[in-house]
Design a protein around this ligand. Structure first.
Ligand code: 2AM
Ligand code: CA
Length: 266
């Protein structure tokens, strides 16, 4: 598979940051038993990865701006192009020694995602997409799952936790989805959840309260794999409503209908 120069830049940045994260991940286990605990260490690993990605991308495209999880907005001379970066998505997994985390790098042009890379450095799974060019896992072209019925589907999600999200509203959603599908999975990295939906491992995915860096690359990934991504109302207002629903044409529609039932007062 021939990658564009732009995608090559993104892949190189993700792989370089991935080497650092893998090293740091190996250390986390030792730190679990130390007095201080691994929290500060993980936060430092996160920042180091972000620095590497920032420097690599800046070198390759000096005029582009950034939206990064740790440092926020960094404006560039070119107001059209913005890198949307999560250097460590799935921080809780990383902290607990669970090998499900990723680097997510998206590129947006005039607000639309045009390229995306999601890289799990532990499994060495590299997901890439470019607008109009399809989505890939390593060198294999991706296609969303073909299932047509929610009843046959495995649905990924993110569960709110201590201090985050509307637990009651989420439970109402989960109650509807769990009663209508063949399995719900919560694996802890929204970027990988979307990549897995693009790869057809999940038939659908929904989560609330996410930020652009969690999902920018993943949204493009699903769309380029032939899937649909919208907010919970079927609209493009993902950032405004902070809701995201993904899947193939059929499951995306049924998942939205199912989630809407949780919102209808009874
Ligand atoms: P993180 O690991 O980079 O924090 C898990 O449900 C998903 O939610 C992960 O992708 C996680 O990203 C994200 N997440 C966790 N806390 C968040 C917060 N306060 N705001 C936005 N996203 C969050
Ligand atoms: Ca994240």
């Amino acid at each position: 598979m021939a990658r564009s120069p732009l995608l090559n830049v993104m892949v190189a940045a993700a792989r370089k940051a991935g080497r650092g994260l893998t090293r740091d991940y190996g250390e986390v286990e030792n730190l679990q038993v130390s007095m201080k605990g691994p929290g500060d260490f993980v936060s430092a690993a996160d920042k180091r990865a972000e620095q590497v990605i920032h420097d690599e991308l800046k070198k390759a495209r000096p005029s582009y701006g950034f939206l990064m999880e740790e440092r926020g907005v960094v404006e560039g001379d070119d107001p059209q192009h913005i890198w949307v970066v999560d250097p460590l998505d799935g921080t809780t997994n990383f902290l607990h020694g669970i090998p499900q985390f990723a680097i997510s790098i998206g590129l947006e042009k005039a607000g639309q995602p045009i390229a995306g890379v999601i890289y799990n450095p532990v499994t060495d799974e590299l997901f890439t997409a470019e607008r109009g060019g399809g989505a890939f896992l390593n060198d294999r072209r991706l296609r969303v799952a073909g299932r047509r019925e929610m009843a046959d589907s495995v649905i990924g999600t993110g569960v709110p936790h201590l201090g985050r999200g509307d637990h009651r509203a989420y439970l109402a959603e989960l109650q509807q989805v769990m009663a209508n599908c063949s399995g719900v999975r919560r694996v802890g990295s929204a970027a990988l959840d979307l990549a897995w939906t693009a790869a057809g491992r999940f038939d659908g995915f929904w989560e609330n309260g996410l930020s652009p860096w969690d999902i920018s690359a993943g949204i493009l990934m699903v769309r380029e794999a032939g899937g649909y991504v919208t907010d919970v109302n079927g609209k493009d207002k993902i950032a405004e409503t902070k809701t995201v629903v993904a899947g193939n044409e059929h499951i995306h529609r049924q998942l939205i209908d199912t989630l809407q039932k949780a919102r209808t007062p009874r």
